[in-house]
Design a protein around this ligand. Structure first.
Ligand code: MN
Length: 295
């Protein structure tokens, strides 16, 4: 694990620059090393100012997004797909301008519940769009990571195995997978096995409980998750993601079906998550040491 991060939506719906700056301040106070931002548009936010604030606080930045239905790069409607390709371009440049090192999330299809079966053509259009975006991202010094999400949020990449097949077809090693314990709990028969299978093609990792609330309250086996991350020598970022209708913005709330409060206070949630993740990580490291031959 390189850095422990937290999603800005734990703190703010992200509508104002003051809200985002508060999110950076609070995250740094809690000892996080990284803040994940939603896709910020240069016309809405002074990206330099946000980037400088993060730098002053010693915080790294990453960015994630989900393409809107009207900007679905996998759409058979060329106008919609072209809109999606432009949106990816804008997001990659925003990531560069704010100083984010990676762009993840659902960037290969729309972030929505599809009512149609995935098709081979859709798959091919998605690969072409991601390949194209990877070129731009490379020029911008931004890494693309594809988030594998549950069946209600895309019809294209629901499992790690599908994600790896997609990467094989893409044939661009700069693009990696972005896994998330919340989604894996729904789709993977063996989440730890999925992490081991992803191996060195895992580029970003979201930690979330099965109800997206407090870590440890639900059914996710974090001991097994951290054992698997250590087994593959994962050295990327681990980011806590939790949404509650107490804070989250309306568009994301609808896409992610956040209909209720899993918590109401941000600071205790963020503090608990950091302690919890450090504890689970340390425990996994000790378990690993116990398996090594004494010198
Ligand atoms: Mn996620």
């Amino acid at each position: 694990m390189r850095r422990l991060g937290i999603h800005s939506f734990v703190w703010t719906a992200g509508q104002t620059i003051e809200g985002l700056e508060m999110a950076l301040d609070r995250s740094a106070e809690q000892g996080y090393e990284l803040v994940e931002l939603a896709n910020l548009r240069a016309e809405d936010f002074d990206l330099d100012r946000i980037g400088r604030r993060a730098q002053d606080l010693g915080l790294g930045l990453t960015m994630t997004m989900g393409l809107a239905p009207e900007a679905d790069v996998s759409s058979a409607d060329e106008a919609v797909a072209a809109h999606g390709r432009r949106e990816l371009d804008v997001a990659i440049k925003a990531a560069r301008d704010v100083g984010a090192v990676s762009l993840g999330g659902i960037i290969y299809s729309a972030h929505q519940k599809y009512t149609t079966m995935p098709t081979e053509d859709q798959w091919q259009r998605s690969i072409a769009a991601v390949g194209n975006a990877a070129g731009t991202a490379g020029d911008c010094g931004v890494r693309l990571v594809l988030e594998i999400v549950n069946r209600f949020e895309t019809n294209l990449l629901n499992t790690t195995a599908q994600g790896l097949k997609f990467l094989d077809a893409l044939g661009d090693d700069s693009v990696q997978l972005h896994l998330d314990t919340f989604h894996m709990n729904i789709e993977e028969t063996n989440p730890e096995g999925a992490i081991r299978m992803a191996g060195d093609r895992l580029g970003y990792f979201h930690v979330g409980e099965n109800n997206r609330g407090y870590l440890g309250d639900g059914v996710i086996d974090f001991a097994g998750i951290f054992d698997a991350l250590l087994d593959i020598g994962y050295d990327g970022d681990v980011v806590y993601e939790s949404f509650s209708s107490a804070v989250v913005d309306e568009k994301l709330a609808r896409a992610c079906a956040i209909w209720r409060d899993t918590w109401t206070e941000s600071a205790p949630l963020a503090g608990h998550a950091k302690q919890f993740l450090e504890l689970k990580y340390d425990e996994a490291k000790r378990r690993r040491q116990n398996l090594q031959t004494p010198s």
